[in-house]
Design a protein. Structure first.
Length: 416
């Protein structure tokens, strides 16, 4: 069976590799490591389709080491121990180093990661890991401290277009024999829809060329491209770093009163399949944290949007979330309540649990009344301004001032 185009066109050396110039260009750290043939353990961290496995293979082809590759998806402690035993024997008998490449290394649990540690430390193996997840969160600190992390970024549209052109021109590994052409604007469209994922772009191109060939056409058209891609790839991982990056972008765009950016980040999340109730909960939180009493209706809007999503479901509920996002982005902002609560909570958690002053206590029984519960309490409505001259904080905290209202929106009209 013929390999997919992305596998056939996999770069064989750094001169064929496109992108990641910061680490593969002459003088870059990875280039220097390959040229010197002195390998040390490292992690390749980046989104799908940017060259992690390709770079690992290029390293493998450039060394005289024994190369072992396996996936964290299907391998466990037993497989790791077997590899380590073989590596130790190879080092003692033939004085050869073993390079172990682990794809999706973030899927290994702590115990499995710990199994690598002594062998990395004593030089029995050079460990190369590939991950789409932030290694700061997914790898244990002891292992991570012994490995260099190379950060790979999403390919630009220009990079993807260059890769696609190479595939169209290559008659041995690529699509050159088909004699089917693709206009530059369609290659750019494919590069845009692939979201920087060269693997996806190449495989979509192969499918588009196949559709054109099936109809005996010499050119790929826009419909071929769109059918091949079906839908722009929305990079999203509900349990990974990108999940938190996107909700952070949404939150900070609303805070900065940028309705257009907020709508974009909302759409990125919803169109990628994020749980709309999760988004709605975060908007409820935002309404109090960053808008507060500057626009009290924001909280009602957020709660109503959540109820609307629960009532009508998706995709109809998207508009309710979009409405509240725009409303909150355009609302006056205040974090006065947020700051006030955090300061009060700090005192509640870190100071003596002061008893409630006697005059504020309830006195439902004769005994409680006799020992002073409620004595000296002043009923606010009996005073002309509706506010009595009465301390309500414990004496030790009587000088505390937690809430400092801004002058924005409705909050500026409130008395203190």
């Amino acid at each position: 069976m013929k390999q997919p185009l992305a596998d056939r066109m996999r770069p064989r050396n750094l001169s064929e590799f496109v992108g990641q110039e910061n680490i593969v260009s002459p003088g870059g750290m990875l280039s220097a490591m390959i040229d010197s043939k002195k390998l040390s353990s490292f992690i390749l961290w980046g989104p799908p389709g940017v060259g992690k496995t390709t770079l690992a293979n290029i390293v493998a082809n450039s060394t005289n080491c024994d190369w072992v590759s396996f996936s964290a998806v299907v391998s466990g402690i037993k497989e790791i121990k077997n590899v380590m035993a073989t590596a130790e024997a190879l080092r003692k008998i033939e004085n050869r180093l073993t390079v172990l490449f682990v794809d999706e290394i973030h899927r290994f649990n702590k115990a499995q990661q710990d199994a690598f540690l002594p062998y990395v430390e004593n030089g029995t193996i050079v460990l190369i890991g590939a991950t789409t997840e932030n290694p700061s969160f997914e790898l244990n600190g002891a292992l991570l401290s012994r490995m260099k992390v190379f950060v790979l970024t999403e390919l630009s549209i220009e990079d993807v277009v260059n890769i696609l052109k190479q595939a169209l021109a290559d008659s041995q590994r690529g699509l050159g024999e088909s004699k089917i052409t693709v206009e530059d604007d369609l290659l750019s469209l494919l590069g845009n829809l692939s979201s920087g994922d060269a693997r996806s772009a190449l495989n979509s191109l192969e499918l588009a060329v196949m559709m054109a060939a099936r109809e005996n056409r010499s050119e790929v058209n826009e419909n071929d491209i769109k059918q091949a891609v079906q839908k722009a790839m929305l990079k999203y991982d509900k349990d990974g770093e990108n999940h938190f990056n996107l909700i952070s972008a949404l939150h900070k765009s609303i805070r900065n009163s940028d309705a257009d950016a907020a709508l974009y980040w909302l759409a990125r999340m919803l169109e990628a399949g994020e749980d709309p109730i999760y988004v709605a909960r975060r908007l409820v939180r935002f309404a109090s944290e960053d808008i507060g009493l500057a626009s009290p209706q924001a909280l009602s809007q957020a709660v109503s949007a959540m109820q609307a999503v629960q009532l009508v479901g998706m995709p109809e509920g998207k508009l309710a979330l979009a409405q509240v996002v725009v409303y909150m982005a355009l609302s006056p902002k205040s974090n006065a309540v947020y700051v006030a609560y955090n300061q009060a909570a700090k005192d509640a958690n870190n100071t003596f649990a002061h008893p409630v002053p006697l005059h504020l206590r309830n006195a439902p029984t004769k005994l409680m009344n006799e020992i002073g519960y409620g004595r000296g309490y002043k009923y606010a409505h009996d005073f002309e301004e509706g506010k009595a001259d009465m301390k309500c904080l414990p004496e030790e905290l009587s000088k505390r001032k937690y809430y400092n209202p801004t002058k924005r929106g409705f909050e500026g009209k409130l008395g203190t």
